[in-house]
Design a protein around this ligand. Structure first.
Ligand SMILES: C[S@@+](CC[C@H](N)C(=O)[O-])C[C@H]1O[C@@H](n2cnc3c(N)ncnc32)[C@H](O)[C@@H]1O
Length: 198
């Protein structure tokens, strides 16, 4: 069992993180940006011990909650980072270090004048492209269909990525927000893959 303090990483904010050293091995790494209370992250990590999972959320309370649950489940392949997602993706992830990025039910910021606060925008596309390995993928889901349309437009316009079949979680992997919305409102899902050589 690993100590809580080891699972919540405290990186040097000015350097890309030494991910293999933080996880203690060189397994592929998947990223859950805005992991919330971690229902997806925990289920995924338990089902895939040969993969490392990094959960990022800006709320410390949520990071601590995921950490407590990971400790109870004795999951050694999870690390958690309390950090703003764009900053983490741009500055703390080494280039070509992430195999899969999941962004599920990010805050939609529905008012147009607040769109600049959304996780997903053209700057984020650049950060994502830098952090993904060639052939790495992004999976996105939201209940907010205008946000979904904007994200899909961004992905389809970006020739560095190719659209692929959307990721559909198993019941055990549904996030806390998805559990709330499923059956009440349509959910938009899209996925894309970083083209090799792009
Ligand atoms: C609506 S919740 C969804 C949580 C989880 N993905 C789910 O589906 O249950 C959005 C989460 O993203 C986090 N968040 C919002 N903006 C963020 C940002 N810029 N960087 C990191 N986390 C962020 C919030 O703290 C919250 O936990």
């Amino acid at each position: 069992m690993i100590e809580s303090s080891l699972r919540i990483v405290q990186p040097d904010w000015t350097q890309p993180m030494p991910l293999a050293a933080l996880f203690g091995n060189a397994q592929p790494i998947e990223l859950d940006l805005g992991c919330g209370k971690g229902r997806f992250l925990l289920a995924r990590a338990a089902a895939h011990p040969g993969v490392n999972f990094l959960g990022v959320d800006r709320m410390l309370g949520r990071i601590r909650k995921v950490d407590n649950r990971a400790r109870r489940l004795d999951l050694g392949n999870i690390r958690l980072l309390r950090m703003e997602g764009y900053y983490a993706t741009t500055y703390l992830l080494p280039p070509a270090s992430i195999r899969t990025c999941y962004i599920f039910f990010p805050d939609p910021w529905p008012k147009k004048r607040h769109h600049e606060h959304r996780m997903f925008n053209p700057h984020f596309m650049d950060a994502l492209h830098r952090a993904l390995v060639p052939g790495g993928v992004l999976h996105f889901a939201t209940d907010h269909l205008p946000y979904f349309a904007d994200v899909r437009d961004l992905l389809q316009a970006d020739t560095r990525f190719a659209e692929i079949d959307p990721f559909v979680p198993t019941p055990a992997e549904q996030t806390d927000f998805e559990l709330y919305y499923v059956g009440r409102t349509p959910i938009g899902r899209c996925s894309c893959q970083k083209r090799a050589g792009a």
